[in-house]
Write a protein that binds this ligand. Structure first.
Ligand code: FMN
Length: 228
């Protein structure tokens, strides 16, 4: 026996590759199934929570409303919401007398930290925005979150003009933010000083959505009024 044979390391026991791959495959399949299962179980609950949050916000934004009906805007028309109809959702609120009291719409734009999502109330009779509720935001507490706390900022939305222009192609006047203390027009939003980015986000999302939706709502007002 040579010197080299004496120094050879003892044979190492290795896991056969096939067994290892089979175990890994099994773990991956079970993990995947668990992820899909938990998504399937929680998805309807999340959707239900979202619907309830929107409904609560609608009744706060349109206080005279006692019932609601959902509509969908797509391809430049509005129709009652139904299975398989995709598009922009409109939540119409009706009073005890069955009359249309206001319409809530969703809007979103990037804020300081992340996208801000809101539900806002459109009054088709004054052709103005009458308030909003934040559905989701991550703005800085004490700075950006003033958009829901600052009474002077909230005053902007008592009757913010969102009137369609004569040919219905957009707004007569764009909704614009202005430096704090310089608002002179009903379509201007008096921004919060020190939180210009969050204030501008609210103005931008309301303007973008209203440019399209305010004229569309006015054109389809009879349908919305008869929805109760
Ligand atoms: C830590 C930190 C957090 C901030 N958070 C916000 C915010 O949530 N929203 C916002 O508009 N501005 C926020 N700002 C301020 C902006 O950077 C910017 O200074 C401000 O929006 C400009 O407002 P002004 O033009 O009135 O000075 C934050 C600044 C710092 C340093």
């Amino acid at each position: 026996m040579s010197q080299a044979d004496n120094l050879a390391p003892p044979p190492v026991e290795t896991t056969p590759s096939f067994n290892m791959l089979r175990t890994l495959g099994l773990v991956a399949t079970i993990s995947g199934l668990l992820v899909v299962l938990s998504f399937r179980v929680t998805e309807p609950m999340i959707e239900q929570n979202k619907r309830e949050a929107i409904e609560r916000a609608l009744f706060r934004l349109v206080p005279d409303a006692v019932s609601r009906r959902d509509f969908i805007a797509s391809d430049n028309r509005i129709q009652p919401a139904g299975e398989g109809i995709d598009g922009e959702k409109l939540y119409a609120g009706y009073g005890q007398d069955g009359k249309l009291k206001g319409i809530a719409l969703e809007a979103a734009a990037p804020g300081y930290q992340d996208v801000i999502r809101i539900l806002y109330a459109y009054d088709p009779y004054c052709q103005c925005i009458r308030g909003f509720e934040v559905l989701k935001m991550a703005e800085t507490p004490g700075i950006g979150d003033k958009i829901i706390k600052d009474p002077a900022f909230l005053m902007n939305f008592e009757a913010l003009q969102a009137r369609p222009n004569a040919d219905g192609s957009g707004l007569e006047q764009a909704i614009v933010p202005v430096k704090h203390g310089t608002k002179t027009q009903p379509w201007q939003i008096d921004a919060i000083s020190g939180a210009t980015i969050s204030s501008n986000a609210i103005a931008r999302m309301l303007n973008d959505k209203s440019q399209l939706m305010s004229p569309l709502i006015q054109r389809n007002l009879a349908l919305l009024e008869n929805g109760a």
